[in-house]
Design a protein around this ligand. Structure first.
Ligand SMILES: NC(=O)C1=CN([C@@H]2O[C@H](COP(=O)(O)OP(=O)(O)OC[C@H]3O[C@@H](n4cnc5c(N)ncnc54)[C@H](OP(=O)(O)O)[C@@H]3O)[C@@H](O)[C@H]2O)C=CC1
Ligand SMILES: O=C(O)C(=O)Cc1c[nH]c2ccccc12
Length: 485
């Protein structure tokens, strides 16, 4: 039978994806002595990197911009680690710091319970054929489900009639399966460019849809990373001047890209990244293939027909397959309830660098469109903030939670419903829960007391509740939870 389990935590760290961001922010509070739990919907860490990236992928920023705090990449790693190396690094990171996410747990909802001043998170835990609901209760909630939680596939007319293979780039592994095929790659971000290049390497014939302006920068100028150069120049020069230098260098290395169907945006690459979040393409060889005519640049796709596509300029292209490299989106709005901290697109409304802290103990890590370095910044701010609260005298820290032991865990039938809850003042709260077991209704009262009063206090409260003449089954300190003062 499906059951529901409730667990209480002094500190909850919730993540639905343990990419580079999960272990990172899991690590920091641990150092501060805060217990936490990381929820992960996949069955492994770094699931995006393990399952949703192609074989040939390498980091396109130098490794020093992609490492997590307190454990650098191994010295023997190359400047641009491969996908495999990056995954191994993340796995060793989790192992080194003893970070064990709870896998196969998908958060359904998270909401702040005003009454007890705590976050309530409901997750579906899958174990083989069985699944059950788990409720986590905690004082803090960190949204770390990422900017790339779900793939974006545009709804283009006629796609269902196309008849050929249709894939999103997150399911693309290599061009091996596309040898000899005419492939339409929709999208010209870093994924679209790199997949088109990989297709060329496998003797496929890609046409890449570029519907908009795009900044293409060489990954390196004279053996030096363009990104690193930009970071360096930003220390002394204003953003717009750095952008001008980047564009000049790009022109020197790549030439005029306009004649290949690639228009540059009117705003410079770094300014555009800062204002719109659009990442410039860091070219690792696709441009050469475009110049050689091996990657055919085409305008927007208007509609699909069996075996072909009609472009917005009225041309028709015969194609065998379609790969959507049309990006990803956040899924925070689908599970975070009652908070106006996130926009409907699922990213914090406050811009960087103030996007990591919401109200009532809500935090966000990794939504700043600043790659791994941005997530690192958020994580450090959050850990520091929680660490500050954690040393308040009203809080007992992790020892309290250890003392709670098994009493902090209970299992209730899944047809239980929260009936009501009330704040009874003087440092404790009571939540009434109703459980329907067959025809009989049982009222369960979960007592939430200030931890410092311990079990003794909860007994007193229990007696008081009973003396209030409520017909009740009192759960023995079902959820002893630190009350937010
Ligand atoms: N080696 C590496 O390190 C790599 C890193 N990345 C990173 O991963 C992240 C995701 O990149 P990516 O997957 O490229 O996604 P992006 O969101 O960066 O790019 C999506 C692309 O799809 C286009 N697009 C969206 N909808 C349509 C449509 N209906 N018709 C035509 N084009 C469309 C967009 O065009 P428009 O601009 O008009 O919206 C854009 O060019 C980025 O941060 C990127 O830098 C990705 C690949 C490799
Ligand atoms: O990969 C991303 O989305 C990033 O935010 C980091 C990043 C990758 N390439 C860049 C080029 C310019 C500025 C940031 C990045």
């Amino acid at each position: 039978m499906a059951t529901r389990t409730t667990e209480s935590f002094g500190f909850d760290f919730l993540s639905r994806r343990i990419g580079p961001i999960g272990p990172r922010h899991g690590r920091l509070p641990q150092r501060k002595g805060c217990p936490f739990v990381i929820l992960e919907r996949a069955d492994c860490i770094a699931s995006l990197w393990q399952r949703r990236t192609y074989d040939r992928l390498k980091l396109h920023l130098p490794k020093q911009f992609c490492q997590l705090p307190r454990l650098p990449f191994p010295a023997h790693y190359p400047k641009y680690p491969t996908r495999r190396q990056f995954i191994e690094y993340l796995e060793s990171y989790a192992k080194h710091f003893d970070i064990s996410p709870r896998f196969n747990q998908t958060v359904q909802s998270a909401r702040y319970d005003e009454t007890c001043g705590l976050w309530r998170v409901s997750a579906i835990a899958v174990c083989g054929e069985r699944s059950h609901e788990v409720e986590y209760i905690g004082r803090w909630l960190v949204a770390a489900s990422g900017e790339n939680a779900e793939k974006v596939v545009p709804d283009i007319e006629g796609l269902s009639d196309f008849g050929g293979r249709v894939t999103h780039v997150c399911d693309y592994k290599s061009g091996h399966q596309y040898a000899g095929e005419r492939v339409l790659v929709v999208g010209s971000g870093n994924s679209g460019m790199e997949v088109s290049l990989d297709l060329c390497h496998h003797n496929a014939h890609p046409s890449m849809v570029v519907r908009n302006s795009v900044h293409v920068l060489p990954r390196e100028v004279c053996g030096k990373s363009t990104f690193e150069l930009a970071v360096l120049l930003m220390k002394w020069l204003p953003l717009r001047l750095v952008d001008k230098i980047m564009l000049l260098l790009s022109w020197l290395v790549l030439g005029n890209i306009r004649k290949y169907g690639l228009r540059r945006p009117s705003i410079g690459p770094l300014e555009l990244k800062n204002t719109n979040g659009r990442t410039p393409v860091l070219d690792i060889g696709a441009l050469k293939k475009i110049k050689a005519g091996e990657i055919n640049v085409v305008p927007g796709a208007k509609r699909f027909l069996p075996g072909r596509v009609e472009l917005v300029d009225g041309r028709f292209l015969e194609i065998d397959s379609v790969i959507f490299a049309t990006g990803y989106r956040s899924n925070v709005p689908s599970w975070l309830q009652g908070s106006d901290f996130f926009s409907k697109e699922g990213t914090p409304k406050q811009p960087f660098p103030n996007s990591w802290k919401g109200k009532s103990g809500l935090y966000a890590v990794g939504f700043t469109r600043r790659g791994l370095a941005g997530a690192s910044f958020d994580a450090a701010c959050i850990a520091k903030d929680i660490g500050k609260n954690g040393t308040e005298p009203s809080l007992n820290g992790p020892r309290f939670w250890e003392r709670c032991g098994p009493s902090a865990q209970r299992t209730i039938e899944d047809d239980e419903a929260i009936l009501t809850s009330g704040n009874f003042g003087i440092g404790w709260n009571i939540c009434f829960r109703e459980t329907l077991r067959g025809p009989k209704k049982v009222l369960i009262i979960v007592i939430i007391v200030n931890s410092r009063q311990g079990y003794g206090a909860s007994n007193i409260i229990t007696k008081e509740v009973i003396s209030m003449r409520i017909l009740a089954f009192v759960l023995p300190v079902g959820a002893l939870i630190e009350r937010k003062s």
